[in-house]
Write a protein that binds this ligand. Structure first.
Ligand code: GLC
Length: 737
């Protein structure tokens, strides 16, 4: 008996000791850096190099011998993309990967509400976690420099401060699910034409003041665990292995401790990739875009060619240890993180989030009465109409399809027509009005003129009998529209919509135009159309969001994250020569420099048709005179600007109050004003709230090229309080000592 007890005790003891001897890298009670160090010490050189490149279309390797898992990546910024085949670019056509499509990021930016960004990150994070992804390839924050960029719909507008504030909560909440964000595309991927090689040149001021801030915020405030290098070049070197962007700015100055991942095919040189801060090479054109047979993944720049340079001593071993450490850190934060929540898919809360973000992002651009002294056309009061005609391909089109890598396979998709029918029932009839073809990659859709004429004639005929017409048009996700891989080929509405608008309005002036798009468009017909709504790409619950706003169930509160130039040449990027946009096919120079968007319109006194920050409501808001806490502020002090905002109308609403700062006199050119603070305030009818903004010296700085550092010059400044960048409700002069 005694021996039995003894052997039991011995066994228990050895079990206990074994449990204690779990290797450090597997022990989640250990500090992550100790785990990284321990794992690294156990790995061969070959195993370390294997971490640094793709092993399939959307995964990179782990360390099978040590039980360190592979890294599972997936697009995209608006929802978790359907599974792609392991070794080719086709969809796997699985039956378990239909998801929630959330509104496009231009819509999220248009909410001007960081709470919506947090809601977005939570919901998309749960879906990415449930789909067992370690990296979600988004959000995108490339600055909207030209309305011709095919991918603006995936980004957060023309202003670096708005994009900075609106991307951070999304990243923070997403990563709470144990899924890494991948802020993209770093940097200067501001067009799709020649994106794979165009060599961008711009001043340091423009780089630091306009194009870097959102990435800096994503890293320093959002804590993004990965970042995606862009396809283009910057000053002669590919962004995916660019010494200035990666080694100096990202890793040295911003102290980024995560992983730099190429855009798919963004690596072009082994030596540069080794020494200039690239960590994982995905989808390279050396082979990964075709099939395993022609070349294996071992031929990637950061695969055998890199191993060879290391063994020959041509690149320092420190480069591979840095890369492998970062990738191990990522794996411990994600794939090996056993504390991760479980995630969820297509839940009511995700649908509610998609709907709420859409509701808060839709922008009411114009809402005029049809006849003098009449009521504005919106909201649509069901009791006033019997026959409402809905027109437009976009009223029924599945706009989650197409657009490139951000396309999604949805479980549910409420179209605008379905959303409107849910409210107005059989008062609704439909006419397609125009056709846009299928979202085909690589070619613009040509619709036969006779088809276009027939559809238009049918819609116009029906419009004669209707009390009200709602045209749901805009752009779509076809190539050369709002789509990756190509830029738009015209600034005006495509597919014969301009003719359709003119002919519909001629037979029925009660015309509401809803634009579903991610870009500004030319509006030669703007004076004819009494009500115009910028509806974005709204995702799975889009039809409900649109109907909520058009019916008045929800009072629109979104404001534009980018300007609508009257004509293309009113936009800074198009005010110069071809070299400024789209470049000469080799090189491009951002000649408008820091004057992007409203900075151009304000400073050059070229008013936009609809201004950055513009958005109407079904109520009205009055602003009191803004007051400053002092007339003079010190460089280390703050200046408080206070005002009251009142809902002077009859319906509850949310108002976005914006604070811009202008530097009257400076040794360098500065925009007339720049967005530095904003807040969104909910107000019941008649309710008034006090709002205050704290201005600090940081809000007054510009990037000084002489010292390559931020600088503020004492002198006179102005604080502009605006309901938009042009609807200025108060100006407070102050001085910086
Ligand atoms: C694409 C896109 C990028 C995407 C990646 C994977 O080319 O530029 O945004 O995440 O490749 O699909």
């Amino acid at each position: 008996m005694r021996t039995k007890l003894f052997s039991l005790a011995l066994c228990a003891c050895s079990l206990f000791v074994n449990a204690q001897q779990k290797p450090v890298y597997q022990d989640e009670t250990q500090p992550i850096e100790a785990r990284v160090k321990d794992a690294l010490s156990r790995m061969t050189l070959e195993e370390k190099v294997a971490l640094c490149h793709a092993q399939s279309k959307f995964t990179s390797a782990g360390v099978p011998r040590l039980g360190i898992p592979q890294v599972m990546m997936s697009d995209g910024p608006h929802g978790v993309r359907a599974e792609i085949n392991w070794n080719d670019w086709g969809y796997a056509n699985q039956t378990n990967d239909s998801i929630t499509a959330f509104p496009a990021l231009t819509c999220l930016a248009a909410t001007w509400n960081p709470e919506m960004s947090a809601l977005y990150g939570t919901a998309i994070g749960e879906e990415a976690r449930y789909r067992e992804k370690d990296v979600l390839l988004g959000p995108g924050v490339n600055i909207y420099r030209t309305p011709m960029n095919g991918r603006n719909f995936e980004y957060m507008g023309e202003d670096p401060y708005l994009a900075s504030v609106m991307c951070v909560p999304y990243i923070q909440e997403l990563q709470k699910n144990g899924v890494a964000a991948c802020i993209k595309h770093y940097a200067l991927n501001n067009q799709e034409l020649w994106r794979g090689h165009i060599d961008v040149y711009l001043s340091d001021r423009a780089l630091y003041e306009i194009y870097l801030p959102a990435f800096k915020a994503a890293i320093e405030k959002g804590g993004s665990w990965t970042i995606m290098g862009s396809y283009n070049k910057y000053r002669g070197q590919h962004a995916c292995h660019n010494e200035q962007l990666l080694n100096n700015i990202l890793k040295r100055d911003w102290k980024f401790d995560g992983v730099v991942i190429t855009d798919w095919g963004g690596a072009h040189d082994t030596y540069e990739a080794a020494v200039n801060g690239l960590d994982i090479e995905m989808g390279s054109y050396t082979n990964g875009l075709t099939s395993e047979s022609a070349f294996t993944y071992h031929d990637y720049y950061l695969a055998n060619p890199y191993l060879k340079l290391l063994k020959e001593g041509k690149v320092p071993m420190s480069t591979i240890d840095d890369k492998a450490s970062r990738i191990l850190r990522l794996i411990f934060r994600t794939a090996m993180n056993t504390k991760k929540p479980l995630g969820a898919l297509c839940t009511e809360s995700h649908y509610a989030a998609a709907r709420e973000i859409g509701n808060e992002g839709i922008v009411l651009l114009k809402n005029a009465p049809v006849v003098k002294k009449g009521n504005p056309l919106l909201p649509i009061d069901a009791s006033r109409y019997n026959k409402i005609l809905v027109v437009g391909d976009n009223a029924t089109r599945m706009l989650n399809q197409g657009g490139g890598s951000s396309e999604l396979k949805v479980k549910d998709m409420i179209s605008p027509l379905a959303g409107l029918k849910a409210i107005y029932g059989d008062k609704i009839s439909f006419a397609q009005g125009y056709a846009a073809g299928r979202p085909m990659y690589g070619r613009a859709d040509e619709i036969a003129p006779e088809v276009e004429d027939k559809l238009r004639a049918e819609a116009v005929e029906k419009a004669k009998e209707a009390d009200l017409v709602i045209l749901v048009g805009g752009l779509n996700k076809n190539h050369f529209q709002d789509c990756e891989g190509g830029d738009r080929q015209q600034y005006g509405l495509p597919f014969g919509q301009e003719k359709l608008i003119n002919e519909l309005q001629a037979v029925n002036p009660n015309l509401v135009l809803v634009l579903l798009s991610g870009n500004a468009v030319e509006m030669p017909w703007v004076d004819k159309v009494p009500a115009i709504v910028q509806g974005w790409y709204l995702g799975s619950m889009g039809g409900y969001s649109l109907a909520d706003v058009l019916s008045g169930k929800v009072n629109p509160s979104g404001k534009l994250p980018f300007s609508f130039p009257k004509k293309l040449t009113d936009c800074g990027a198009h005010a110069f020569d071809e070299l400024s946009y789209p470049g000469d096919s080799i090189k491009e120079e951002y000649k408008e420099d820091i004057l992007v968007g409203y900075r151009w319109h304000d400073t050059k006194k070229i008013p936009a048709l609809f201004a950055f920050g513009h958005g109407l409501s079904y109520t009205s808001y009055s602003y009191s005179k803004p007051m400053a806490s002092a007339k003079v502020m010190n460089a280390d002090g703050t200046l408080t600007i206070t005002l009251k905002v009142k809902n002077s109308g009859s319906v509850a609403g949310k108002e976005i109050v914006q604070l811009y700062v202008g530097d009257d006199k400076c040794s360098v050119i500065r925009p007339q004003k720049e967005l530095k603070h904003f807040t969104k305030v909910a107000l019941q009818p008649g309710e008034e709230k006090e709002i205050s903004f704290q201005i600090t010296a940081d809000d007054l700085k510009f990037f000084d090229e002489a010292t390559h550092d931020w600088k503020v010059e004492p002198g006179k400044f102005k604080a502009y309080i605006g309901a938009s960048s042009t609807d200025i409700r108060g100006i407070v002069p102050f001085e910086l000592k």
